[in-house]
Design a protein around this ligand. Structure first.
Ligand SMILES: [Zn+2]
Length: 300
């Protein structure tokens, strides 16, 4: 299939019963306060501990995942990266700055990715294969990201949300994993899961979509994705599933605007039920790290 962008996509056939579990590891306090007050903080220990909580939950449910770790967390908590890898999970990169790709130049992204992949490689002894862009920021404005990734030897990307979102999304992108040919190399894109509803793709992949949807409805959506022939691609953040309520105030040296209260409220809503819901999903469906699910189709 050829698009006006000059990219060619080739659909990949994968076993739809092995789904992909992924975690974006970042410091919630650091990112929320950077948005709200402009402060630049160090990633906090609480977010590292919440990641350890999630590791324990995955171990109890015998689930293995891909952890896309943000550069600031890697620098602050290198041992955490080693622990993730030692527990049998895949370690991949979420970039360094958490600035959306369409706000970076190709050179800036290239530098970030090279630095973070080298550092993660040193810590795990494994070459990094995959990237998840901050805020799913591979959009029509930033399709050049595929070139940069191929050039650096990345083997897959999981950043495209095939929806018409307000902040992100490529609504006419294929809904399942595809090989992307960009003239130079080829890599695999693993789009976040959607279902078709009234002629449009609707997001169901994880995050707030998972937290706010009644579980039986989510289960139906999950099964529908599998029936459509695709493994489900689930994403989450450690701070969504920790028993601890999130609060910005103890971390900020400035006055947190009222909007901060709304942000806290949004993330603390139904907090206690969330962990059980995640456990339920992990008990009902089979998951593996992305690189493993793609093992037969990845470029070498
Ligand atoms: Zn993120």
């Amino acid at each position: 299939m050829t698009r006006e962008t000059g990219l060619h996509y080739q659909a990949l056939s994968l076993d739809p019963s092995v789904n992909m579990l992924s975690v974006d590891v970042e410091c919630w306090h650091y990112l929320a306060l950077r948005n709200l007050t402009g402060e630049t903080l160090q990633p906090c220990r609480a977010c590292a501990e919440m990641t350890r909580d999630l590791l324990a939950l995955f171990q109890a449910k015998r689930a293995r995942a891909t952890f896309f770790v943000l550069g600031s967390m890697v620098e602050a908590f290198p041992d955490l990266v080693r622990e993730i890898s030692a527990a049998g999970h895949e370690v991949a990169t979420h970039g360094d700055s958490h600035i959306p790709c369409f706000k970076l130049t190709p050179d800036e992204l290239r530098d970030e990715l090279k630095r973070s992949a080298d550092r993660l490689g040193e810590l795990t002894g494994d070459r990094v294969a995959g990237f998840r862009a901050p805020e799913f920021s591979v959009t029509k404005r930033s399709l050049w990201v595929f070139d940069v990734l191929s050039e650096l030897g990345f083997r897959y990307d999981s950043s495209v949300f095939p929806i018409a979102g307000r902040r992100y999304g490529i609504p006419d992108f294929p809904r399942g994993p595809v090989r992307v040919h960009d003239g130079e190399g080829s890599l695999v894109e693993v789009p976040l899961s959607t279902v078709r509803l009234r002629g449009k793709n609707r997001p169901v992949a994880g995050g707030g979509y998972f937290r706010l949807m009644p579980y039986p409805l989510f289960r139906k959506a999950f099964q529908q994705v599998n029936r459509d022939g695709y493994p489900f691609v689930f994403y989450c953040h450690p701070y969504e599933y920790s028993a601890h309520r999130l609060s910005l105030h103890p971390f900020s040296s400035r006055r947190v605007p009222f909007r901060g209260r709304l942000v806290e409220l949004k993330y603390n809503l139904f907090r206690n039920a969330m962990r059980q819901r995640l456990e339920r999903m992990l008990g009902e469906f089979r998951f593996a790290p992305i690189k493993e699910v793609l093992s037969n189709v990845l470029p070498s």
